[in-house]
Design a protein around this ligand. Structure first.
Ligand code: ATP
Length: 367
């Protein structure tokens, strides 16, 4: 089921009674989620992710704009008529019911010609439980299960009515690191197996990048960029997006363009022919540094951290906005500091320039 958001806007009155300013939680969202895809809504706290999800499922009404599921305008439909499955961070299972009863719950409220017999319900419950690999655990109570298993019960409960759209709001936040990893792979598998169009909300960029077909990066209720995760990483439209994606984070320097050259401090690090003279921010991905005794960029070496296949060279430079510069280089490359200074050349396609005022990306021919 394709989902289309058409100039969707949600405004809230200010929470501060003395202020008349309203909060625009979702500001003119227009985009299409293709049928059967998993889309990650990604952004820092307060950027409007949950509000977007609530608008799509019908828990909140938009101030303006429309929502379509396929060709159906669902903007005014109540949540129960939209055919959405919802999963939240806190599982929201009924503690006194067994797993079977929890998963069966949405089926028990079906009315009219949708009403199911007990056998039909049990069959659907068992199919959903099988999909999330909970066979054999159906008679347990939620408290007898791990966090990851409980979240799988919540997913089975959302899937049992075969929703047109599955919405997941920070579904992994309550799980420990290992379970998060396992459960996110599980969600991806289930989504692929069912082919249900899925929207996944998270503030964790690594999580969103690893399982999404497409990510929507948001800030202050405004969409910054929509694309495949790798495209957004390789081609960020502005400094915010560049900083938001990637671990370790991108290294940001203050610099300038002068006479077709890009400068970090006094070091002319790249040729950027055709770019006007101006002040810029320069973002260099950690994998964009090449140790090079004759390289143009000088940094003061702090430490070399061994990570196995790669090493992380930790250094500083007066023009760098981050506390330290982290460059990730293959462990077989030699790093030969002289008097505590290590020199690098830079891979041009890992270097991004942003206008110092607008923070928008400046394209240059080397890319
Ligand atoms: P988080 O990751 O912290 O859940 P989020 O990205 O999901 O954040 P939202 O919960 O959608 O963000 O909130 C977006 C903005 O709208 C925030 O500034 C929030 O304070 C505001 N907001 C959300 N709900 C309401 C409400 N009912 N009344 C007033 N303001 C609200």
């Amino acid at each position: 089921m394709k989902i289309v958001l058409d100039h969707l806007t949600k405004k809230f009155p200010s929470r501060n009674k003395k202020s008349s300013d309203e909060v625009i939680a979702v500001n003119d969202f227009t985009f299409e989620i293709p049928d059967g895809k998993l889309v990650g809504l990604l952004g820092p706290s307060g950027c409007g992710k949950s509000t977007t999800l609530n608008l799509i499922c019908g828990l909140q009404m938009p101030t303006s704009g429309k929502i379509f599921f396929g060709d159906d305008d669902v903007t005014k439909l109540p949540p129960e008529n939209r055919g959405v499955g919802l999963v939240f961070q806190n599982y929201a299972l009924y503690p006194h019911l067994t797993v079977r009863q929890n998963i069966r719950f949405p089926l028990e409220n079906l009315k009219g010609d949708k009403k199911l017999s007990k056998e039909e319900m049990n069959k659907k419950v068992e199919e959903a439980a099988h999909l999330v690999q909970l066979d054999g655990l159906l008679e347990r109570k939620p408290k007898e299960m791990s966090g990851g298993q409980q979240q799988r019960v919540a997913i089975a409960r959302a899937l049992v009515k075969m929703p047109r759209v599955l919405l997941l709001d920070e579904p992994l936040s309550n799980l420990d690191a290992r379970l998060r990893l396992q459960t996110r792979e599980e969600i991806r598998r289930i989504q692929k197996e069912t082919g249900i169009t899925t929207i996944f909300v998270t503030h964790d960029q690594e999580e969103a990048m690893s399982i999404s077909d497409m990510i929507v990066v948001m800030k202050d209720g405004i969409i910054q960029q929509i694309d495949k995760p790798q495209e957004v990483y390789d081609d960020p439209v502005n400094l915010f997006v560049a900083k938001f994606l990637g671990t370790p984070a991108i290294n940001v320097f203050k610099g300038k363009v002068e006479g077709g050259k890009l400068y970090i401090g006094e070091d002319a690090v790249l040729d950027v022919p055709g770019v006007e003279d101006r002040k810029v921010y320069i973002g260099v991905r950690p994998e964009g540094f090449i140790p090079d005794e004759d390289g143009p960029l000088h940094c003061h070496l702090n430490a070399i951290e061994v990570m196995g296949r790669d090493v992380s060279v930790v250094s500083t430079n007066e023009a760098c906005e981050n506390t330290v510069i982290r460059s990730i280089i293959p462990s077989d490359s030699a790093v030969t500091p002289k008097d505590g200074v290590v020199r690098f050349s830079l891979k041009p396609y890992k270097v991004f320039m942003f206008d110092a005022e607008t923070e928008k990306r400046i394209e240059y021919p080397a890319k």
